[in-house]
Design a binder for this molecule. Structure first.
Ligand code: NIG
Ligand code: FE
Length: 430
């Protein structure tokens, strides 16, 4: 089966060079083709170019062809959301209200709220219910253009509950058209281990990680290296344990303080170092030339009113930057990557082009999939979306809070998402 997207007003983020990430000044340039086509065969993009190069007569007579007219509309590669915690049991709006009244995120955590609150709720919920709720969240993010997502554990905290979360993610991998990567996250010390850190570390290193590895339940290992959570030294030991079991590292680093997490991540060739609100020259130099993708999470900074990561400085120093949603109930209850682009432009001084790289190819790298996802290139998986009729690609970050996506294609198949074009109430006005 072949599918042709024709008369595309502008095909965005094409990359004949098939780069695995885009850094520094190059982030300001996005390659596009006006009046374009994309040819999909099976699950793959097999060709693309200007309409005048499309030769339908080249196709064999028995090829089934579906033609989609994209006049006035633009086509983008799907977003890759490289950092989420979207398996969770309950929302945490009481903490949100507490923060409005003046409590800080860290105060809530010290009082047993925050991650520990999510862990209690997750412990009580059945695996089936967790799965169904999380699948609904996947539908929600598909609607807003996400085609690949990384999902972390870390609300389990006990071996049993961490394994439960990871089994839920494995089941999601089997049932969703989205590409999913799973990460085991050492997230916080449970209350009962606050004065027995060494014992908890031993549980993580000698029990959880080996068991997760033997059941192949996680692709990566992540540690929340920050003030009040895991220290640099503890992070080092956990990443080392992950490495011994062939799981690449990722780090939550420098969100609440200058934690040293970036340097530990770089030492272990972590795929990404995420958050980065407290980043100075030393962290920028550590990241330059490393294999670690600096990843900012604008949703969390926005929702928690954090100081902002110095994204302009980072890009101007030549670094690549990725952006992800951090979708979770405590610090970023949204997985809308269009809004993440808006925040990138409005809060971090990024151009629309820079936010496109940050949410596609660079975030694909941050989840280890940029060889097959994150740009329009021959041989890549056909994960893309068609917009409504729009005047330019900058209108996506400009229209914060709107969804300008009309059609989603994942693995070369149309995912039916379009709401009823003529709902009943419309008749009243006609
Ligand atoms: O990435 N920073 C650490 N972990 C999550 C939030 C966890 C929570 O509050 O539930 C984050 O923001
Ligand atoms: Fe996170």
């Amino acid at each position: 089966m072949r599918m042709i997207l024709e008369n595309i007003k502008e095909l965005v983020q094409v990359d004949p060079k098939n780069r695995l990430w885009v850094a520094g000044k190059s982030m300001a340039e996005v390659q596009t083709i006006k009046n374009a086509f994309v040819l999909i065969k099976g699950e793959q993009i097999v060709d693309f170019g200007p309409m005048d190069k499309l030769r339908l007569s080249d196709f064999e007579a028995d090829d089934l062809i579906m033609e989609i007219d994209c006049s006035g509309k633009m086509v983008f590669p799907s977003y890759c959301d490289s950092h989420t915690h979207l398996v969770f049991a309950a929302t945490r709006e009481q903490e949100f209200i507490g923060r409005i009244k003046g409590l800080t995120y860290e105060e809530i955590a010290q009082q047993g709220g925050g991650i520990l609150n999510s862990a209690r709720r997750l412990h009580e919920m059945s695996e089936d219910d967790l799965f169904h709720h999380a699948m609904e969240r996947l539908d929600e993010i598909m609607l807003t253009g996400t085609g690949a997502v990384e999902i972390k554990s870390g609300y389990g905290l006990t071996t049993e509950s961490e394994l439960k979360m990871l089994r839920v993610i494995r089941r999601m991998k089997q049932h969703s058209p989205l590409l999913i990567k799973s990460t085991f996250l050492a997230h916080a010390f449970p209350m009962e281990y606050r004065n027995k850190r060494e014992e908890y570390l031993s549980l993580l290193i000698n029990e959880m990680i080996p068991q997760i590895a033997s059941e192949e339940l996680a692709d990566y290992v992540d540690v929340f290296c920050d003030r009040g959570f895991f220290t640099m030294e503890e992070t080092d030991r956990i990443l080392m344990a992950g490495m011994k079991h062939e799981m690449k590292g990722k780090v939550h680093a420098n969100e609440l303080a200058n934690s040293g997490g970036v340097q530990v991540g770089v030492k272990y060739n972590a795929l990404s170092a995420d958050h980065l609100e407290f980043v100075e020259e030393e962290e920028i130099s550590a990241l330059l030339g490393s294999e670690t993708m600096p990843t900012v999470l604008p949703g969390a900074a926005f929702f928690l009113n954090l100081k902002l990561a110095p994204v302009r400085k980072m890009i101007d120093a030549g670094l690549p930057v990725a952006m992800a949603s951090d979708y979770n109930p405590g610090s970023s209850p949204s997985g809308n990557m269009n809004f993440i682009q808006s925040l990138g432009c409005l809060k971090y001084g990024m151009s629309p082009e820079e936010t496109i790289h940050a949410t596609t190819i660079n975030s694909a790298y941050a989840m280890g999939i940029s060889e097959s996802y994150g740009s329009i290139a021959k041989g890549k998986v056909a994960n893309l979306f068609i917009t409504k009729e729009i005047s330019s690609y900058a209108v996506i970050p400009y229209s914060f809070g709107s969804n300008l996506i009309e059609t989603v294609i994942l693995n070369g198949e149309i995912i039916s998402l379009t709401p009823d074009p003529s709902p009943k109430w419309r008749g009243e006005f006609e």
